[in-house]
Design a protein around this ligand. Structure first.
Ligand code: SAM
Length: 394
């Protein structure tokens, strides 16, 4: 079943098919002679192919490339990182599977036009190609998902681009969002080919919201982790259905929900000091449909009510000391959390954590008898450059 497009769940039946209750006529006399059916010629269905580009939080390109290969298989050919934070590939087939990617911020279909100036896009042939591209995208969502369109381009207030937006508004029936909106359900970008060369490229986002803006986030917590980064962190724990998974300082539940989306686990437990954060987490977990899979507890991550060596995998988005907590508090919080995490972790358990307190954590790990540092990933997020640390319990 096509989950992404409720309109396509019931293939159109012939208005006269008996299944639809068309009347059957009883006649007298001999039955009509059967006319042999004409021989059926197999129809060659050619799946459409789309050049695609995915935006990724810089630092997650390798993980996102692996996800594109795993989720899309041979429908996506030659995924490659074209520049920091950008993954390009060619996709063949129904577009809905692209919407399942969880480590990418947004997916765009790319159409290159061999035209010297954007004005030529208003010509009949090119303009109809743009409308066809938009129609393919809109077919992946319910009718009412798209109401506005936004075009981002250098000089988007020029008279040519104003005219292009106006014509696109007329051609699609969508309201044109002003340049100050920076966002529309149908999000278009017009640019010169980034690798050089002639022409212009139009990129059309495949979803009315960026994929990174999860539908489950019905309540926000200041300092909540980006869901694509949380998903990457959950993957870095190498999820296993036998996992007893613990999210220390779980806040609004981002890591727990994204771990649940990776697959089954024996237990998914989140602990946070703050009752307010847990209330937000409860709302998000329920919206994600995981209320019966995720357990939320109020408690101190420095003194957990859990047996020794009982946890198989851990994640944490520790206070960075900017929006949440202070650097001085972190000087005592971080070593206490590392020690308590080591107590509850079984041998060789992975602990994936993200922080901006890079020097503090590196110093603590250099002196740690409990945790071995396996990998680090520097991520760019909203002007900050936190680091993901992949640790393993010795
Ligand atoms: C950066 S936020 C986590 C945000 C979370 N990843 C999300 O996406 O919503 C850090 C969290 O640590 C919690 N926290 C701080 N000290 C704690 C402690 N000693 N034990 C448990 N939680 C703590 C705060 O209440 C806050 O929710």
């Amino acid at each position: 079943m096509d989950q992404a497009n409720p309109r396509r769940r019931h293939p159109a039946a012939s208005p006269l098919s008996p299944a639809e209750g068309a009347p059957t006529v009883q006649r007298d006399g001999p039955p009509p002679r059967r006319v042999p059916a004409p021989p059926t010629v197999p129809r060659l269905e050619i799946a459409p192919t789309f050049p695609c580009e995915a935006d990724v939080a810089p630092g997650l390109e390798v993980l996102a490339t692996a996800e594109v290969r795993r989720v899309l298989g041979d429908r996506a050919s030659a995924p490659r990182v074209t520049r920091p934070g950008v993954l390009a590939f060619t996709y063949t087939g129904d577009l809905a599977p692209l919407l399942r990617l969880r480590t990418v911020l947004a997916v765009y279909l790319v159409r290159r036009f061999a035209v010297p100036r954007p004005r030529a896009l208003l010509g009949d042939e090119h303009f109809r190609a743009i409308l066809r591209l938009i129609a393919s995208i809109r077919a992946t969502a319910p009718d009412d998902a798209y109401r506005s369109l936004y075009l981002s381009a250098a000089g988007s207030d020029s008279s040519v681009l104003a005219r292009l937006k106006e014509e696109l508004g007329k051609g699609t029936g969508l309201r044109v969002a002003p340049p100050t909106a920076h966002e529309g359900d149908l999000h278009l970008r017009l640019r010169r080919p980034p690798g050089g060369g002639a022409g212009w490229e139009l990129l059309a986002r495949l979803s009315p919201r960026p994929l990174g803006a999860r539908a489950w986030r019905v309540r926000n917590l200041e300092g909540a982790l980006n869901a694509t980064v949380a998903h990457a962190m959950a993957l870095l724990t190498t999820p296993d259905p036998r996992d007893q998974f613990l999210n220390l300082a779980c806040g609004s539940g981002t890591l727990l929900i994204e771990r649940a989306a990776c697959g089954p686990a024996t237990r998914l437990l989140g602990v946070d000091l703050s009752a307010d954060a847990l209330e937000i987490a409860r709302a998000n977990v329920a919206a994600a449909g995981y209320a019966d899979r995720i357990e939320l507890r109020q408690g101190d991550a420095r003194a957990l009510n859990l047996p020794d060596a009982s946890i198989d995998a851990l994640c944490a988005d520790l206070p960075f000391g900017h929006l949440v907590g202070t650097h001085d508090e972190n000087l005592t919080l971080y070593p206490a959390i590392l020690a308590e995490a080591a107590r509850v972790a079984r041998r060789e358990a992975p602990f994936v954590l993200i922080t901006h307190e890079i020097r503090l954590l590196e110093t603590l790990l250099a002196a740690s008898a409990d945790w071995a540092l396996e990998d680090t990933l520097r991520v760019a997020l909203g002007g900050l450059h936190p680091r993901i640390f992949v640790l393993r319990r010795r």
